[in-house]
Write a protein that binds this ligand. Sequence first.
Ligand SMILES: Nc1ncnc2c1ncn2[C@@H]1O[C@H](COP(=O)(O)OP(=O)(O)O)[C@@H](O)[C@H]1O
Ligand SMILES: [Mg+2]
Length: 339
Amino acid sequence: MKIAVLLGGSSPERLVSIASGRGVIKALRELGHDVTAIDPALGEKQISESELLSQGIGTNPPTQEFLEKLSHKNYLSAIDSKIFDDIELAFIILHGKWGEDGIIQSLLELRSIPYTGSGVMASAIAMDKVMSKKLFLHHGTPTAEWYDYQKDSSPRPAFVKKNISKLGYPNVVKPNDQGSSVAITIVKNESELDSALDEAEKISDVVLVEKYIEGAELTVGILGDEPLPVIEIRPHGGFYDYEHKYTKGMTDYLVPAPIEKSFAVKLQEIAINTFQSLGCKTFGRVDFRIGDDQIPYCLEVNTIPGMTETSLVPKAAASAGIPFTQLVQKIVELSIEGK
Ligand SMILES: Nc1ncnc2c1ncn2[C@@H]1O[C@H](COP(=O)(O)OP(=O)(O)O)[C@@H](O)[C@H]1O
Ligand SMILES: [Mg+2]
């Protein structure tokens, strides 16, 4: 099959995407597919695959200045160009804004090119943390109490005064629509709040402040309509930020998670129900923090989770007896079947 792997992109998760793409390209070639690597942020003029794939993730996301050289404005000309003329499937491995949020999916829809993963609306909802949390509550999925505001519409002091006292400290400040923990801060006291809100506002027009959930961090990968084994994430010191996510040895991953079987089954059930209630399909990952009350609070649904060979979904799949190459082929098949 002639497959375009879409990777890179213009979001702060660009380098994670390139790392994910590297493994996916290798697996697809091993499976016998005819693969082209395409970075839509480069537009019609693509660079060589080796140059594209050469950059490592690093311990911090790329700077805004670096990202400004790449533009989402190029996506349109890339998709509309002849590069895509005989492509039978776009394997989207872009993370974050413009890639995981329904935008590139809609451009591919316009060209009638089948693509992997969730559709336009589910991708857009899952990328929007506030919208997702509203739907979690609608469908009975517990989620941490939060307050959100529009960067320009509410004066910050009023928001802070009115709402933060109800959440207490620590709390968690997040941009509404980015991943990889970019611009997320665990705020320990009032003096740290303003700089955390500043950071989040640089990334997103909507910012949320969430109640801090003290307990274990568990995540459930999804493949088709089946949940994969639960993984427990234990970062060494600090929280599961960009550096802990992508630096080898800074986090322990326990799979299957050392939790009671009945709790694992319950969590898997909540994960698949939550994933499907947002309209997501094919593959993904649902993140949780477990409260002192043993309630699994859903943080978010990822529609294009990390796909390096050591990422969470590939780890969970391996634990279920599905090697990486087979996982990639399954994603291709499910996507073609529209599942
Ligand atoms: N409410 C919370 N309580 C405790 N830790 C949190 C909370 N929200 C987020 N975190 C920490 O921040 C990380 C990233 O948060 P998440 O909402 O999953 O955003 P991202 O899309 O960046 O992965 C989580 O994996 C967790 O370690
Ligand atoms: Mg997450």
